[in-house]
Design a protein around this ligand. Structure first.
Ligand code: IPE
Ligand code: IPE
Ligand code: MG
Length: 231
């Protein structure tokens, strides 16, 4: 694969856990467990392919509307993830960011996230950005409110600088697994010129080969940014 064509920033809407489990006659939580295991394999694989920044949509601001038992299970899995995952993060020189309104999470989960982010502050090789209680509209309105409070001018650039993604920028490629053709409030501002890739493959089945297919599809796109060619 042409290294120049590897997207620097890939974002993934990891969808389809529930359907994956239901299709096997299991509880939705079984799909979430499988899905969380898949995160590990795709994170390592993406970085090994030369992706600099990987953004993952783990829990939306709207996902609180699910049954309490399912929300609890998702929070439990996030806790496990941030408890054990950090070792690998540090080993591979990956800097962790978590985007979203973290106020609503339990103090225990927040503490884990804060400490993981802190431990990875010196890491430079890659960036892992995880969206938790994240919503694109909420992010934009919070950014604008911040600018207003600071009496700053509202411009496309100043808004971008006030978003969670300010340190690393917009995704080049957004992948959504699970067959739905929508963004579900994910990175609305940042997606202005992102290439979009949708696959019917459910997140627990989205393996290294499926990831490579998305990258290879991206490498064939012509990104014009309003011009008449990509030159
Ligand atoms: C994605 O899978 C995980 C989260 C939204 C947390 P879903 O739980 O949405 O699975 P489906 O879309 O119902 O199959
Ligand atoms: C989007 O998936 C959120 C995450 C993947 C975390 P949803 O399953 O919540 O999206 P909708 O409800 O189908 O739009
Ligand atoms: Mg879904």
């Amino acid at each position: 694969m042409d290294a120049k064509k590897i997207p620097a920033h890939v974002a993934i809407i990891m969808d389809g856990n529930g359907r994956w489990a239901t299709a096997r006659g299991k509880e939705r939580s079984f799909g979430h467990k499988k899905g969380s295991e898949n995160v590990d394999r795709i994170v390592s694989h993406a970085f090994s392919r030369g992706v600099k920044t990987l953004s993952l949509y783990a829990f939306s601001a709207e996902n609180w509307a699910r049954p309490k038992a399912e929300v609890d299970e998702l929070m439990r899995l996030l806790k496990i993830y941030f408890k054990k995952f950090i070792k690998k993060v540090l080993k591979n020189d990956v800097r962790l960011y978590v985007m979203g309104d973290l106020e609503k999470l339990t103090p225990e989960l927040r503490k884990l996230i804060d400490s993981d982010m802190k431990k990875s502050e010196h890491c430079k090789e890659h960036i892992l950005n995880v969206g938790i209680n994240y919503g694109g509209r909420q992010e934009i309105s919070a950014a604008v409110n911040k600018l207003v409070a600071e009496r700053k001018e509202i411009t496309p650039e100043s808004i971008a600088e006030a978003l969670y993604t300010a340190p690393f920028g917009d995704p080049d490629l957004i992948i959504r697994t699970g067959g739905e053709l929508r963004l579900s409030n994910f990175m609305l501002y940042q997606a202005a010129y992102s290439e979009l890739y949708f696959t019917d493959v459910l997140w627990p089945d989205f393996d290294e080969n499926e990831f490579d297919k998305a990258i290879s599809n991206f490498s064939e796109r012509q990104r014009r940014f309003g011009k008449i060619s990509d030159k």
